[in-house]
Write a protein that binds this ligand. Structure first.
Ligand code: HEC
Length: 130
């Protein structure tokens, strides 16, 4: 009798562990898809980051070269394709450490993007769907 109880406890915990391991959301770090459309605003966490780190240049009152490429003041005016394309370009620039530019980093050492912030941006970008 005891053996049966031990055995069923053992199988139950095995099943539980297997569920945890094979749950695709746990395995991929719970990448949620985030639908975008014209008019979609940046999520607060992303907005806070770009305000501090990018909008000196990439905003209506920023530099003309920078805002031609990405203008965070006009983000919600971008259509879904453009939001997805730009979000992925932003992830790429951050991953390569190309943005913000070197000179800006040197002048704003406290706001240089951290690996965790870059990860947050890339997860957001990769989750966007039409
Ligand atoms: C000091 C001004 C400045 C800051 C700060 C800055 N950028 Fe830029 N960025 C530019 C300029 C100028 C360009 C256009 C010329 C170029 O591509 O180098 C640009 C281009 C880009 C591009 C387009 C690259 C391409 O080749 O298509 C992306 C994406 C970008 N920036 C993202 C960002 C992000 C994200 C941040 C904040 C983390 C940021 N930038 C901060 C000045 C800036």
């Amino acid at each position: 009798m005891k053996k049966i109880i031990v055995f069923s406890l053992f199988s139950a915990s095995f099943l539980f562990a297997a569920l945890l391991i094979f749950n695709p959301q746990t395995a991929t770090g719970a990448r949620k898809s985030l639908p975008v459309a014209p008019g979609t605003e940046l999520p607060d966490s992303i907005m806070k980051f770009v305000q501090k780190t990018c909008m000196d240049c990439h905003a209506d009152d920023g530099s003309s070269m920078a805002k031609m490429k990405v203008n965070f003041s006009k983000w919600s005016g971008y259509d879904a394709d453009k939001q997805i394309k730009k979000a992925n370009a932003i992830c790429k620039e951050l991953t390569k450490n190309s943005m913000p530019p070197k000179k800006w980093r040197a002048n704003n050492p406290d706001n240089v993007p951290t690996p965790a912030q870059i990860d947050m941006i890339c997860r957001w970008a990769k989750g966007l769907v039409k």
